[in-house]
Design a protein around this ligand. Structure first.
Ligand code: SAM
Length: 271
């Protein structure tokens, strides 16, 4: 039974699981090209669904593991385990499953459930060590990740993703490429992890996240509200001009500068 037949007759896609299934082979081919799979690669797929990517990518790597939350999808893909000894499908929630078995997998792919894309990316950044990640997102989410300072899309998600990864746009995907069609277009991004200290980078991005919750305030007031007068005054005495800017006008380097002084206040006293 083809995808449409299956979905019409047997399996009602669940909106709560972000189930929009890809049926455009051109997009699959673009994802495949961006992944640049080698016969030595171990590939982890998040949310294989009904296997649009899986069936295509499976022959090109050494090991392939797929984590899927919906048992109905697992049922549809189990036959691939019989046909390909190097394929495993695992039922689980990517946000909570123990990722240890795939810690050293070399590449990650996924047409992600859009509502949890950012926590998924955070887990990949902090718990896995792939050399390349190719994932699909709602277009607004992808645009926030790659946004530059001063643009409306620029946010704490831009700083977080740009701290952990170098990113490239692979392609834009029209909503008609899925069944059922989502209400917005999508975008595929390719990520190359940067060499960073995970814990420090995570602490930095949490700091930026707090400040961005006061997007319309100056950095001084955002830090005062997020931490204290004392912290804001100390940073102000070291970088006064910067502290009059709004968070949306501060580059990653500006935030790193401010964060360095914030850390100094933390050594003096636990806030
Ligand atoms: N890869 C398929 C495709 O391109 O057609 C399906 C993509 S669909 C947008 C997202 C998939 O992620 C669905 O199969 C859904 O069941 C699965 N999913 C949703 N939440 C999940 C989670 N927390 N952990 C693992 N898989 C999840």
């Amino acid at each position: 039974m083809d995808l449409f037949g299956l979905l019409n007759r047997k399996m009602k896609p669940k909106k709560s699981l972000g189930q929009n299934f890809l049926h455009d082979i051109n997009i699959v081919l673009k994802i495949q090209k961006a992944l640049d799979l080698q016969s030595t690669d171990q590939l982890l797929e998040i949310g294989p669904g009904l296997g649009a990517l899986t069936k295509h990518l499976l022959p090109s790597c050494k090991e392939y593991a797929a984590i899927e939350i919906d048992p109905r999808c697992i049922q549809e893909l189990l036959f691939l385990e019989q046909e390909h000894a190097h394929f495993r499908i695992v039922q689980g929630d990517f946000l909570t499953i123990n990722l240890e078995p795939w810690k050293n997998y070399t590449k990650v792919v996924g047409n992600l459930p859009y509502h949890i894309a950012t926590p998924i990316m955070e887990r990949i950044a902090t718990e896995l060590q792939p050399t390349k990640i190719v994932c699909m997102f709602a277009i607004g989410t992808a645009d926030r990740y790659i946004a530059t300072v001063g643009t409306p899309q620029y946010s704490s998600a831009s700083i977080m993703m740009q701290s952990f990864f170098s990113m490239e746009t692979v392609c834009t995907v029209k909503k008609g490429s899925f069944f059922p069609s989502p209400s917005i277009d999508s975008k595929v991004l390719s990520f190359t992890p940067k060499e960073v200290q995970i814990k420090k980078t995570l602490q930095f991005t949490k700091f930026v996240q707090k400040i961005f919750s006061y997007r319309r305030k100056t950095l001084y007031n955002a830090i005062k509200n997020s931490y204290s007068d004392r912290v804001a005054s100390f940073i102000q005495s070291n970088c006064a001009i910067l502290m009059q800017r709004r968070p949306e006008m501060c580059s990653m380097e500006d935030f790193q500068w401010v964060y360095q002084y914030y850390r100094e206040t933390m050594y003096e006293k636990n806030e």
